[in-house]
Design a protein around this ligand. Structure first.
Ligand code: MN
Length: 354
């Protein structure tokens, strides 16, 4: 909150921000809620929340005044007037048109900035993790690693993808996970060529690859990992593709460091896959930031020309997907440092044949 207030102060003393998204409200107040408004300027932060949350927010929301929501937009207008606000930044990627129209109805003499300036400020702040945030993500990843090792004993031919997906979810949630990071991916055989396939009724067979992409949440912070295992045996082609993805992923972890751009980070894995002739089958970007959301700034991709900063957490998840045949993906999370990165994922990467 203090960092946001400092940034707003640098823009000018009559600048304020209105935050409406659950993830940003949670990030700045450390208080999870499904509804509410956060009005911030360089001096003050006010969290307007309704009767469902008011008591808990009063006890635990950080770095803000907590106010009971009555007529939200009338309250927002009054606050902005008291702040002598002339310029209001809003979350361009998150504010709905309904909320924007309500705001325009009350913020008559205020310039409402609908460009990406607030999102850029917030993405930048969120991307660099504090030690407390890194600890939450490490704790979430620890459960996720333990879940993978459990799954290596659990998966047997004849089980369906859905049974495997449910076991992943049950294990993570019954070992301390607060929530699932996203809908768990557990796919097998030909379905592994779909990077985000949905677990179905297909039974696991010998000679299948099984790809598991999953994660859980601790303290509001997400983990994310992927491993691909083979069942019974792997053909030479499966081994060759697996080895290519493993070498690419390891090259990514070895090479990542502060100062590289997102494009250069992406190239660390893509170059290995392209050199070995599978470039056309690596159909997504190398990685993404992870924090209070599963996908956040920065990305390791052709579209991010910004340098990586120490303390950012990104996934490194190259994959090869051969349509109609099979696919392989290996994903770790890593903290960027000045001289390299710290891999937060500790599960093995050699090909495991169950
Ligand atoms: Mn991911």
């Amino acid at each position: 909150m203090k960092n946001l207030q400092k940034k707003l102060g640098e823009l000018g003393e009559n600048y304020a921000a209105l935050i409406v998204s659950p993830e940003n409200r949670r990030y700045f107040t450390k208080f999870p809620s499904s509804d509410g408004f956060l009005v911030v300027n360089s001096e003050k932060a006010v969290f307007i929340t309704d009767g469902r949350y008011i008591e808990a927010a009063g006890n635990t929301a950080k770095d803000c005044e907590v106010v009971l929501q009555k007529k939200a937009f009338a309250q927002i207008a009054e606050l902005l007037e008291n702040m002598k606000c002339g310029h209001l930044l809003v979350e361009s990627s998150r504010m709905t048109l309904d909320l924007y129209n309500s705001l325009k109805g009350v913020a008559k003499n205020i310039a409402v900035h609908t460009d990406t300036s607030l999102d850029t400020i917030i993405n930048g702040l969120r991307s660099v993790k504090t030690s407390e945030e890194i600890e939450f993500i490490e704790a979430a990843q620890k459960i996720t690693d333990e879940t993978f090792s459990h799954m290596c004993n659990f998966i047997k031919p004849g089980m369906t993808e859905r049974e495997i997906g449910l076991e992943l979810d049950f294990y993570m949630l019954s070992h301390g996970g607060e929530a699932l990071s996203f809908e768990t991916i557990a796919v097998s055989g030909k379905n592994t060529s779909l990077p985000h396939g949905v677990p179905g009724d297909k039974k696991i067979e010998k000679g299948d690859f099984v790809t598991l992409d999953f994660g859980t949440v601790i303290g509001g912070y997400h983990s994310d990992m992927t491993r691909t295992v083979a069942i019974g045996f792997a053909t030479d082609e499966m081994k060759e593709v697996y080895e290519t993805v493993r070498l690419a992923q390891e090259n990514g972890i070895r090479g990542l460091k502060a100062g590289l751009t997102g494009i250069e980070g992406d190239a660390l894995t893509r170059s290995v896959i392209t050199e070995r002739g599978y470039g056309e089958y690596f159909t997504h970007s190398t990685g993404h930031g992870v924090g209070v959301e599963i996908h956040e700034y920065p990305t390791l991709s052709f579209s991010n020309d910004k340098p990586l900063l120490p303390g950012q957490i990104v996934t490194v998840e190259p994959g090869i997907y051969i349509p109609g045949k099979f696919g392989v993906r290996i994903e770790d999370m890593a903290v960027i440092t000045e001289t390299g990165c710290i891999d937060l994922t500790h599960s093995p990467k050699e090909l495991i044949i169950l």
